[in-house]
Write a protein that binds this ligand. Structure first.
Ligand code: WQD
Length: 348
């Protein structure tokens, strides 16, 4: 099995992927600046995996933009890094519009620093956390990887830029094994209810907001638009269980480490969509809780329908999703009930 460097491994996707990677037998060094996460997530990941912190999972506090921090990560005693799984980055679409410099600095500048450190230490295998937002307004749904890349937010543009950077690096010298994984809508939580999504403050995304309404932390859900060209007028998304997404990373890593150097760009989604109202109804049925809502004006930047064509993931990675909307709602609700303030305490 491999020694991996995981950047941003305490985040929502990162923590669930760390668990899946430990269960697949890999050893991890996690580099985190905890700007938007808590090391409590990684403490619980170790607990769930039945390993001791410092044993098969080592935590390092640092920033991917800081060369010394990267040298520290790559120079861990007797731990040559075989591959990197790169989650570290900023990911709020709305915030990126207000703070483009910060998003380009962290997401693109940080990845440049990381790739430089990888080159210096002879590590040329990387799985990159990309996003379906690179597609912007899709021309055709389901969306294939060959669809035009035309992001409509600074956040999406930084993801598209890193994909281009990775292609340039792979063309500049032999030996690079790269997977850009374009996530659709990751939701849910590990079935134990011990790790999950822990947004700071008011959630931007649908699932954490619905969870907070269901447990009574928020009064009602505002549904952004009831006049979209969809079956019930509310927008449709391809929601994917975060543990399916985590397993998709394991599958991509296995392919990169087994095959010749290449660049893979692959959608990770279920391949079918649910409307906001369908999610609300599923949530109410699974949780037996009411989710009061009010339909309000559309949110700027939203699209009516975003669904992955997940054929390539099945064919190239041998990976398909195994969990459905009921699993997503059940696991998200269990996490929210047991952790009403996520990893933070009530007074944070
Ligand atoms: C889903 C649907 C909203 C909140 C975002 C990012 C994307 C990716 C996933 C990182 C939409 C509706 C939402 C609410 C609502 N993240 N909604 N009321 O916008 O599809 O994608 O998260 O890569 O980059 O853009 O996800 O969960 O915000 O919204 O009606 O309070 O729920 O309009 O149709 P989105 P979302």
């Amino acid at each position: 099995m491999a020694q991996l460097l995981i950047t941003g491994g305490a985040g929502f996707i990162g923590s669930h992927t760390c668990l899946a990677l430990l269960e697949a037998g890999h050893n991890l060094i996690v580099l985190e600046n905890y700007s938007n996460s808590s090391n409590e997530a990684l403490r619980r990941v170790a607990e769930l995996a039945g390993v001791r912190l410092g044993d098969r999972i080592t935590l390092l506090q640092g920033d991917i933009r800081n060369q010394e921090d990267l040298e520290m990560a790559f120079s861990q005693e007797k731990k040559t890094i075989d591959a990197v799984v790169h989650f570290a980055g900023l990911k709020a679409v709305g915030e990126s519009v207000q703070q483009p410099l910060r998003y380009w600095d962290v997401n693109v500048g940080g990845t440049c620093s990381l790739l430089g450190a990888m080159k210096r230490h002879g590590c040329r295998t990387i799985v990159f956390s990309s996003s379906a937002t690179v597609y912007g307004y899709p021309k055709k749904v389901p969306i294939q990887e060959t669809a035009i890349v035309q992001p409509i937010s600074p956040y999406g543009r930084t993801k598209a830029a890193v994909e281009k950077l990775l292609t340039d690096v792979s063309e500049s010298e032999d030996g690079w094994c790269i997977a850009c994984l374009r996530y659709f809508n990751p939701v849910g939580a590990h079935s134990s209810g011990r790790i999950g999504e822990s947004p700071y403050g008011m959630p931007n995304n649908l699932f954490p907001f619905v969870c907070q309404v269901a447990v009574g932390q928020r009064k009602e859900l505002k549904i952004f638009g009831g006049d979209w060209p969809t079956t019930d007028g509310t927008p449709v998304r391809d929601y994917i269980h975060v543990m399916d997404l985590a397993e998709g990373h394991c599958a991509a890593l296995e392919v990169l480490m087994r095959e010749r150097p290449q660049v893979l760009t692959i959608n990770l989604g279920c391949g079918y969509g649910y409307s906001v109202l369908e999610v609300v109804k599923a949530f109410e049925s699974v949780s037996s809780m009411d989710v009061p809502f009010k339909i309000v004006a559309r949110r700027p930047g939203d699209v009516s329908c975003s669904i992955a064509d997940s054929t390539l993931a099945a064919n190239r990675l041998g990976w398909v999703t195994r969990r459905n909307l009921v699993d997503m709602c059940r696991d998200a609700f269990a996490w929210q009930k047991d952790n009403p303030f996520g990893y933070f305490s009530k007074n944070d």
